[in-house]
Every structure is written in C-alpha cells, then in structure tokens.
Design a protein around this ligand. Structure first.
Ligand code: DOR
Ligand code: ZN
Ligand code: ZN
Length: 391
C-alpha cells in the first residue's frame, strides 16, 4: 500500500493512448507544441493524437505532418492516430495501409469523437487493421441511443432536465465489437470505458479469449454526475460522468486488469466553445497535467495499485497495446532512457490559467492535488522539470 514521505519514485515515461492536440485546425485551443509541453510537464514521453482535427487525419499527408511537427517540438513522441473512415463520416474506410506505410507508421486507428457505428464498416475495418497488424480504438457509443444527449441518463439528469446518454449506448457497442473482433481474428481497443456494465462485458470478452483491451480516464476514476448540479459545462464530457457506483467498479476493474490502461482523453476547448449553456457547450476536459496525481489519489493511495501497477497501467500496458518497443519498460544500462521521476507528496492547487495547455477547461479547478513529475526524460534529454516543460 501507499506510503508517503518515501522520497521520489522512478517510473518509465508515461504513455497516453488518447489525447486531442487540435492541430491542424483548432490552434486556438491547443497546438502540437503546447500539447507536447503539457504532456512532458505531466510526466509523459509518448502520446497518441486523435484524428478529429480539421482537416481530419485520414491521410498519410496529415498523419505525417502531425508526426513531423511532434519531432520538431521534441518534447514527447507524438504518434498520430489515423481515422478509420474518410472524414470520420463512418461510411468509407480510409486508406489505413497508406497511413501505416508513411513516415509516421500509423499503427492505431480510431474515429474518436465519433463511433464507428455501422457494424459492417466496423467488421471490415477490423479485418483491414488486422492485416496491417494495426489496432482499432473504438469510441463506444451507439448514436441512435444517445441522440444529442449531454449527460448520463439517470436521476441527476432527470432532475436537471438534461437529455440522457444511457449506459446501453456504450455497453452494446463494446459487446458487439468484442464479437466482431473475435470473428475477424482481430484486436480491438475500447476508449474511455465509463460504466459498470462495460466492465462486465469486458470481463466476459476477456474470459472468451477475445483480444480486447480497454482504457479509463482519470476523470471517470474520480468524478461522478453529482458535479452537474450547477450546470457547469466544464463537467460536460463524452462519455458522460456516470454514478458513484460506476466509479467504484471502474477503479476495481483497473486494479484487477479488466481495464488495461489509463488514458486522459485530453480535450482542450477554447473558452467560447466551452463557457456556454450546458446543452450547447463542447464536451471534453483537460487531462495531461493532472492525470498522474489523480491516479495516485484514486488508485495508489487507497492501495488499489502499487507502484508497479501505476507503471503497468500508465506506461507498460499502453505501450504494449500500441506496439511501442521503446517505451513502457525498465531502462537498459547505458541506453537513452524514457522515464519520469515522481514526487508523490508534492502538493499543489490546480489553476486552469496556470496550466501549460492553451485552453483552461480543467474539471479539477481549485482542487488540492498531491503528486507531480519532478523530471521527465525523453531519450536521455530532460523535457520537463517540476511541472514545466523545458522549452
Ligand atoms: O468529450 C469528448 N471530447 N469526447 C470525445 O469523444 C471527443 C472529445 C473532443 O474531441 O473534444
Ligand atoms: Zn471519445
Ligand atoms: Zn477522445
């Protein structure tokens, strides 16, 4: 179990399977430079940038641009996630093979922001990706069940008069995709799992030997829909914050390995997109600079994960899921290392305005957190010290 006062801890550099860096297209919310700096500050040495940019990352041209820009900035390895379908419209498969053969060597594909909801398109995507040795990461949401909803369907949303997103919209897609992956002999990865029922489905699928993996966000490990009481749009996110009982099950599932990894779903938004009426505000919240202390608070301090577990869920497993050979493992003597030095006792107060990200939509505003990356090292070079990137 957790002990404090034990000094700093060395971990392999953290790996985030799921971030939105907004470049190209929405550089007023985040850029590859600002997002890389936020990642390094948070202890990350590799991130996977989702393709819901403008233009959508559905070609090697866009993916290679993101990869090269990440290299130029040099603070964290930015791996572009390619779109599964052209324009993320869910109809025609994008040329995953050409993206995989490009400079960025794209190995993870997702239509995140949207769900690949047509089962035939998903089946063909799984077969195509499997042939490439690539992974489909699914934003599990049946849009016919959510239809514009902006909050978890339950007593809180009913009382507040907010349209509800039922758990079934997520759980039915996970069950379907597990079975499609089994038949396609493919791997599938489930993004941001948010319900207790999803955990049951994942447990069942893993018991069947299906090659399914899943991630959970720090915000779903800490927050529930009681936060919506004041209609504060900073708590609006897809999938929505669920109920206390779901949060408890998610924590246990991460501890037991039914959920494999923590991923932030870092989703910066410009103030004019976020500070609006709840129903109109964009969904999503910042995650990169607060992920580590939130995981320590929800998982390590209660004894649900020891340090090995933190390393496994925030570095080793995400690196394995995405097929990164140079991340998520102990350092060999003499190699240019990817690592992070963590001070678990460092106390700080979250202020959106003081975070490195351009946007300031943190759901943890004003919260006192314990734990920080004292130093982040990418291939032997210090990329951040004391929560600030080395620019
Ligand atoms: O809350 C979310 N924000 N969920 C998504 O699926 C997309 C993301 C975004 O791009 O802002
Ligand atoms: Zn998503
Ligand atoms: Zn996302």
């Amino acid at each position: 179990t957790a002990v404090s006062g034990g000094g700093n801890v060395l971990l392999p550099g953290l790996v985030d399977l799921h971030v939105h860096l907004r470049e190209p297209g929405r550089e007023d919310a985040e850029t590859i430079a600002s997002g890389s700096a936020a990642a390094a500050a948070g202890g990350f040495t590799a991130v996977f940038a989702m393709p819901n940019t403008d233009p959508v990352a559905d070609t090697a041209l866009v993916c290679d641009h993101v990869w090269r820009r990440g290299r130029e900035v040099g603070l964290v390895d930015v791996h572009p996630v390619g779109a599964v379908t052209v324009g993320q419209k869910g109809e025609r498969l994008a040329e995953m093979g050409i993206m995989a053969a490009g400079e960025a060597q794209v190995r993870v594909f997702s239509d995140d922001g949207f769900c690949v909801s047509d089962p035939l398109v998903m089946r063909r995507a799984l077969e195509y990706a499997s042939g490439l040795g690539a992974l489909i990461a699914q934003h599990a949401e049946d849009p016919r069940l959510t239809c514009g909803a902006c909050a978890h369907e339950g007593p809180t949303a009913a009382r507040l008069g907010l349209a509800g997103w039922p758990r079934s919209a997520e759980e039915s897609i996970i069950a379907r995709d597990a079975i499609l992956a089994r038949d396609a002999d493919a791997r599938v990865h489930i993004c941001h799992v948010s319900t207790a029922g999803s955990v049951s489905v994942l447990r069942w699928a893993k018991e069947q030997g299906i090659a399914i993996t899943a991630e959970v966000t720090p915000h779903h490990l800490l927050l529930d829909d009681s936060r919506l009481e004041d209609y504060d749009p900073v708590f609006k996110v897809n999938p929505p914050l669920r109920e206390e009982s779901d949060v408890a099950v998610l924590r246990r599932a991460l501890a037991e390995g039914v959920i494999d990894a923590v991923a932030t779903d870092h989703a910066p938004h410009a103030a004019h997109d976020k500070d609006r009426e709840f129903a109109l505000a964009r969904p999503g919240m910042l995650g990169l600079e607060t992920a580590l202390p939130i995981v320590l608070e929800t998982m390590w301090r209660p004894g649900l994960l020891d340090w090995r577990g933190v390393a496994r869920t925030m570095s080793e497993n995400p690196a394995k899921i995405a097929g990164l050979a140079d991340q998520g493992r102990p350092i060999e003597v003499g190699e240019p290392a990817n690592l992070v030095v963590v001070d678990p006792d460092f106390e700080w107060t979250v202020r959106g305005k003081e975070l490195t990200s351009i946007a300031d939509n943190t759901p943890f505003e004003g919260m006192r957190l314990r734990g920080r990356a004292v130093a982040t090292v990418l291939r032997g070079r210090v990329t951040a010290r004391d929560g600030r990137a080395e620019l």
